[in-house]
Design a protein around this ligand. Structure first.
Ligand code: HEC
Ligand code: HEC
Ligand code: HEC
Ligand code: HEC
Ligand code: HEC
Length: 215
């Protein structure tokens, strides 16, 4: 068959389609970037079934985060402690405390306490705690000074922009792995060199391609 149109014309529909897809993507991303309120859920601090205080337990009593959030270094989720974990101490202390009535009830009935979730990413995102804490990103970088919170409050937006800010520029946040739960840790003047050394040694490469977080 004779060629009626020049070569480029045959390719036109495909490149128009591709252009359209890219435009739609750009519009979505544009909406996301400029439209999303930066502080969507910052400040969220729901009332919990027990008046449990991190300030008392993690701050004043100095119980390590991992005593209760046991799975944080080995799995995607940090896990919230079972009644058993609390009873390790509260089967012996504060036995008459009214505030602990729901805990004793849970212990007797075997019905677990329904703690209210605070930090929650949308289902279409993937996040893994162990991948972060095991390379030296501390709890405080993402959750703030939990040891000073009477009631846990979300202090970071957990938005895509927030994830990418650190992925593009992780140096200020990398600490020695043994300090991940140390709330008082602060970078010193050698932070940048220290972080570069860790990044090179462990070959860290925080992903910015889409399907790292959208699988
Ligand atoms: C004695 C047990 C215990 C210790 C120690 C502890 N936590 Fe918790 N944590 C809990 C319980 C129970 C909850 C659920 C109730 C609440 O939010 O207060 C919780 C909730 C949280 C949440 C919110 C979870 C959500 O739903 O989004 C974060 C973040 C958190 N803890 C971080 C920490 C950090 C960081 C430390 C160390 C500084 C720590 N915790 C120490 C028991 C503990
Ligand atoms: C790089 C950021 C980051 C670091 C570091 C981090 N978290 Fe989280 N944490 C999150 C995000 C994001 C969520 C919400 C996860 C979701 O919805 O899938 C979350 C959720 C939680 C929860 C609720 C239960 C769960 O797993 O969804 C607890 C408890 C918690 N984190 C505790 C901790 C503790 C303790 C540490 C330090 C040992 C820590 N986190 C370190 C970002 C982080
Ligand atoms: C390592 C021991 C230990 C663990 C584990 C522990 N606690 Fe406590 N808790 C204490 C101590 C000690 C006090 C009392 C502090 C004081 O003297 O005021 C206390 C006090 C409390 C109080 C205040 C009681 C009142 O009437 O003032 C509540 C509520 C409480 N704990 C809840 C919990 C919950 C819920 C858990 C599990 C998530 C838990 N605790 C795990 C040691 C522990
Ligand atoms: C404070 C810094 C920091 C923040 C905030 C952060 N990350 Fe990361 N993330 C890192 C670093 C550093 C690595 C590199 C780990 C490596 O190369 O082993 C990483 C690696 C990852 C990986 C690849 C490892 C894996 O689990 O497959 C994913 C996915 C990821 N991050 C998702 C997220 C998401 C989603 C968020 C926001 C909710 C987020 N991160 C927020 C520092 C951060
Ligand atoms: C480091 C992790 C990470 C990477 C890489 C990433 N995203 Fe996201 N993305 C997120 C998180 C977390 C959210 C949820 C934000 C929220 O709830 O505000 C999100 C939300 C979105 C949304 C929904 C926006 C909205 O407001 O509902 C779109 C669309 C999106 N991402 C597209 C992309 C595209 C396209 C890429 C690649 C260029 C990409 N993402 C790369 C973490 C990531």
């Amino acid at each position: 068959m004779a060629q009626l149109y020049p070569e480029w014309a045959n390719k036109a529909p495909r490149s128009i389609l591709l252009g359209l897809i890219l435009t739609i993507l750009a519009v979505i991303l544009g909406f996301w970037y400029y439209g999303s309120p930066k502080h969507l859920e910052v400040g969220y601090a729901p009332v919990q079934p027990i008046d449990y205080s991190h300030k008392l337990h993690a701050g004043i009593l100095g119980i390590d985060c991992q005593y209760c959030h046991t799975s944080v270094t080995v799995s995607a989720v940090a896990s919230v402690p079972s009644t058993q974990t609390c009873m390790n101490c509260h089967s012996q202390i504060q036995l008459d405390s009214e505030k602990l009535e729901p805990l004793r009830e849970s212990w007797e009935t075997g019905k677990s306490i329904e703690w209210v979730h605070i930090h929650r990413l949308p289902d279409y995102t993937y996040f893994n705690h162990s991948a972060h804490v095991n390379v030296g990103i501390g709890c405080a970088s993402c959750h703030g000074r939990v040891d000073r919170m009477e009631v846990v409050m979300q202090v970071e937006p957990l938005s895509m922009g927030w994830c990418l800010d650190c992925h593009n520029n992780p140096e200020p946040h990398i600490r020695p792995v043994q300090e991940i739960t140390n709330m008082a840790w602060a970078p010193d003047e050698n932070q940048f060199e220290f972080a570069r050394m860790v990044i090179e040694k462990k070959n860290l490469n925080p992903p910015i391609y889409c399907n790292a977080c959208h699988r």
